[in-house]
Design a protein around this ligand. Structure first.
Ligand SMILES: [Zn+2]
Length: 326
C-alpha cells in the first residue's frame, strides 16, 4: 500500500468537524506529548462515546477514573454530531472508549484529523458481529454500508456486555497499572452480576410461550437480543440499523401492519431514542397496544429504571414479557 499524506478526507456527514478541529488546534492543551499516566491520587481521565458504555466504564473504573460520556441518556447516537466541547474533552482524555462496528463514524474522522494522545479502545473487539440482513430500503442499505455491513447493537446480549467489561478492564489496567487490582476486582464483580442478570433474563423469557416471542420496534436494534434470548424480529418501522433512515413509505407501513395482524402479537414497542409517534400510529392501525418505551441505544435519565445498563436490561425484559403475555 502506498503511503498517502494524512489529509482530512472531504466529509459531508460532519460538516463542522474539520473547522472545529482547526479551532481546537489553537487551544492550549495539557498533554504536550507527555506519557498519559495519571498523577498519583488523580483519577484517570477517560471518555465513553455513549451512555450504555459509560455505565460499564464506571462499573470497572470505580473511583479511580473520571468518566465523561459524550452521548448522554436518551440521546440518539446515530444522529450525533460532535460539539466543540466534546472535541476538547476527547483531546484531554487518557483513554477513549468506543463501541466500534460503525456506531461512531465521527470518531474515525476525529482520530484521523486530530491524532489525540489518548489510547483508543474499541470495546467490541472479540465479539462476533451479526451480519446485516433484510436491509431492503435504499436508505437502510446505505446506512448498513456505513456500519461496515454489521450490526453495532451488541450490548442487548449480556454475554457481549461481559466481553465489553473485559476489554474495558484490560485497557484501564494498561493505562493505569497502579490500580490494576482495583480494576480487576471491579470487573470480576460486574461480570458476576451480569451472569446473574443473563440467567434472570432466560428465566423470564421461559415464562413466555415460544409463539409469543415476537418483537416489533422502531429500528433494528434487537438483533443480538433476539439471537441470544430466542425472539423473532417481526419487523421494524424504519427497517434499518440506524434511526437515521428516512420515514418509511406508506406501503412499508402497510406491510408491517399486515405482518403484526397476521402474527397476532398483542403489542409493539417504541424506543427511547426514536420518536414514538410513528409506532403509536402503527399500533393503532394494527389494533394492538403500544407497550411502554424500551431503552435501546441509550440509558434512561437518572432516577429512571433504565439509568444503568443492568436497569435498562431488566426494565426492557419486564416490559417485553408483560406486553407480549397479552
Ligand atoms: Zn441503533
Amino acid at each position: 500500500m502506498t503511503p498517502s499524506p494524512r489529509l482530512p478526507r472531504p466529509n459531508h456527514r460532519f460538516p463542522g468537524l474539520i473547522a472545529l478541529l482547526a479551532l481546537i488546534a489553537l487551544l492550549p492543551m495539557p498533554h504536550a506529548g507527555a506519557a498519559q499516566t495519571p498523577a498519583a491520587g488523580e483519577p484517570l481521565q477517560v471518555v465513553a462515546s455513549f451512555s450504555v458504555l459509560g455505565d460499564l466504564v464506571k462499573d470497572v473504573g470505580g473511583d479511580a477514573v473520571q468518566v465523561t460520556t459524550l452521548i448522554g441518556p436518551g440521546v440518539d447516537a446515530h444522529t450525533y454530531d460532535p460539539a466543540p466541547r466534546d472535541l476538547v474533552v476527547l483531546e484531554g482524555a487518557e483513554v477513549i472508549f468506543e463501541n466500534g462496528l460503525g456506531f461512531e463514524p465521527w470518531l474515525d474522522q476525529f482520530f484521523e484529523s486530530a491524532q489525540p494522545p489518548g489510547a483508543r479502545v474499541v470495546v467490541t473487539d472479540g465479539i462476533t458481529p451479526r451480519a446485516v440482513e433484510n436491509q431492503d430500503n435504499a436508505e437502510g442499505a446505505g446506512e448498513a454500508q456505513e456500519h461496515g455491513g454489521v450490526d453495532p447493537h451488541v450490548w442487548h446480549d449480556v454475554a457481549n456486555a461481559i466481553v465489553m467489561v473485559e476489554n474495558i478492564r484490560d485497557a484501564l489496567v494498561s493505562a493505569d497499572p497502579a490500580n490494576a487490582a482495583l480494576y480487576e476486582a471491579n470487573a470480576a464483580a460486574t461480570i458476576a452480576r451480569f451472569q446473574t442478570l443473563d440467567a434472570w433474563i432466560r428465566q423470564q423469557v421461559a415464562t413466555l410461550p415460544e409463539d409469543r416471542r415476537k418483537l416489533v420496534t422502531s429500528h433494528d436494534t434487537f438483533g443480538y437480543f433476539a439471537d441470544a434470548y430466542g425472539f423473532q424480529i417481526l419487523g421494524t418501522a424504519l427497517g434499518s440499523l440506524s434511526t437515521e433512515a428516512g420515514d418509511p413509505s406508506a406501503r412499508a407501513i402497510g406491510l408491517l401492519v399486515e405482518e403484526i395482524m397476521t402474527a397476532g402479537v398483542p403489542a409493539i414497542f417504541a424506543e427511547n431514542v426514536a420518536n414514538p409517534d410513528l409506532m403509536a400510529a402503527i399500533a393503532e392501525e394494527a389494533g394492538v397496544a403500544l407497550a411502554p418505551t424500551l431503552y435501546t441505544d441509550a440509558l434512561g435519565p437518572p432516577g429512571s429504571p433504565g439509568e444503568t445498563y443492568e436497569g435498562m436490561m431488566r426494565s426492557n425484559v419486564s416490559t417485553i414479557i408483560d406486553a407480549l403475555k397479552g
